[in-house]
Design a binder for this molecule. Structure first.
Ligand SMILES: O=C(O)CC1=CCC(=O)O1
Length: 355
């Protein structure tokens, strides 16, 4: 089973804040997102301490059977992760804190915000929040409109309780206790948790890495999805070749290949696992469906019919339908020649007939 990676949102947003990264991370991890109490789809039961918010994450991990998990969180979501890394180091495999801090300004400001929201709801916060969350350019995007809608829809008591949790949060003295491999990401134009707050985290957490994202405010992962995803990918463990080989070719095939390995072929088996599967099939730049289309075409071009049968099965596993495989082979008839495609159709037909 894949490693679990839990993604925590920021105050006033919902789990949709992770939309730009979740699917890509989901290719290698079992990605689980959650909503803060009273936000998004979550029940409105208010939780007013960081320990309480962190307890919900642990309960979620328990429900998934995840003894240990990777955790990445934005702002308040990041603070929940840091709190867990301090108080439950045995549960946190790795930690990423995006646009977050060891302390979020003066507690009094959070108590005032909580009181305002309890009296008038979250609507009065929306305009100012967009100015903190996005650069002027970013505030005009559909993502900004989506986040504004999430904030306006948040339950006032749930939101206010999160403000109380922020008022009581100060992890500065505890940062050296964090042992999980940690990545800190800062938006260079973030007025809420500016790069200085990120440096305080990175200086305090042993071995932490720090990445600053240019042209991004507080919701840096929405404004600059690519650089944030790249930073997260560099931080999270890459899947090893054997894991990908098994995912694409299936356990039965790989177990047979391993069982048939001899002293003569062992180095070659090791080479393809590390090189083809560990170096190329794991690359993020193309999805596995596309890689299957390319591989089928290359095998037809080279006349590698035995390998083609294996990759027809792999293509199905990677999500291609028989009709799509047919389309790939039709296209090879144009570029590789009709006789090559003819032989490939015969192999594919036999293979598909057996699956
Ligand atoms: O509310 C804001 O604008 C920024 C913020 C602080 C903590 C959090 O999660 O978001």
């Amino acid at each position: 089973m894949s490693d679990v990676c839990i993604l925590g949102p920021s105050l006033g947003t919902s789990q949709a804040v992770w939309d730009p990264q979740a699917a890509e991370l989901g290719r290698h991890f079992r990605v689980i997102r959650f909503d803060l109490p009273g936000h998004g789809d979550s029940e409105a039961t208010p939780v007013s301490s960081m320990a309480g918010l962190a307890g919900r994450v642990l309960a979620l991990a328990d429900s998934l059977g995840a003894e240990r998990f990777h955790y990445a969180g934005i702002s308040l979501g990041g603070a929940i992760g840091a709190w867990l890394a301090v108080h439950h180091p045995d549960r946190i495999e790795s930690l990423a804190m995006l646009c977050s801090a060891a302390r979020f300004g003066e507690p009094e400001a959070w108590r005032e915000r909580a009181a305002l929201v309890r009296a008038e709801g979250t609507a009065p916060l929306v305009a100012a929040a967009l100015g903190r969350w996005f650069t002027a350019e970013g505030a005009r995007t559909p993502e900004a409109r989506r986040m504004a809608a999430d904030l306006a829809a948040a339950d006032p008591e749930g939101y206010a309780a999160c403000c109380d949790a922020l008022a009581g949060y100060d992890l500065r003295a505890d940062l050296p206790r964090i042992t999980a491999p940690t990545l800190i990401i800062a938006g260079r134009d973030d007025p809420v948790t500016p790069p200085a707050a990120a440096r305080e985290l990175a200086d305090g957490i042993p071995g932490a890495a720090l990445t600053e994202i240019a042209r991004a405010a507080h919701l840096a992962n929405l404004e600059r999805p690519g650089p944030v995803l790249a930073a997260l990918r560099g931080h999270l463990p890459a899947p090893d070749g054997m894991t990908v080989r098994r995912a694409v070719l299936g356990d039965e095939h790989v177990d047979r290949a391993i069982a048939n390995t001899t002293a003569f072929t062992a180095d070659f088996q090791d080479f393809i696992t590390r090189y083809a599967w560990g170096e190329i099939w794991t690359r993020p730049g193309l999805d596995r469906r596309t890689r299957s289309c390319i591989t089928l075409t290359a095998l037809v071009a080279g006349g590698h019919l035995e390998e083609l049968a294996m990759h027809v099965r792999a293509a199905l596993r990677n999500g291609l339908t028989p009709d799509e495989i047919k389309e790939v082979l039709l296209q090879t008839a144009v570029y590789c020649g009709v006789p090559a495609a003819n032989a490939a159709f015969a192999v594919a037909q036999r293979t598909l007939g057996r699956t």
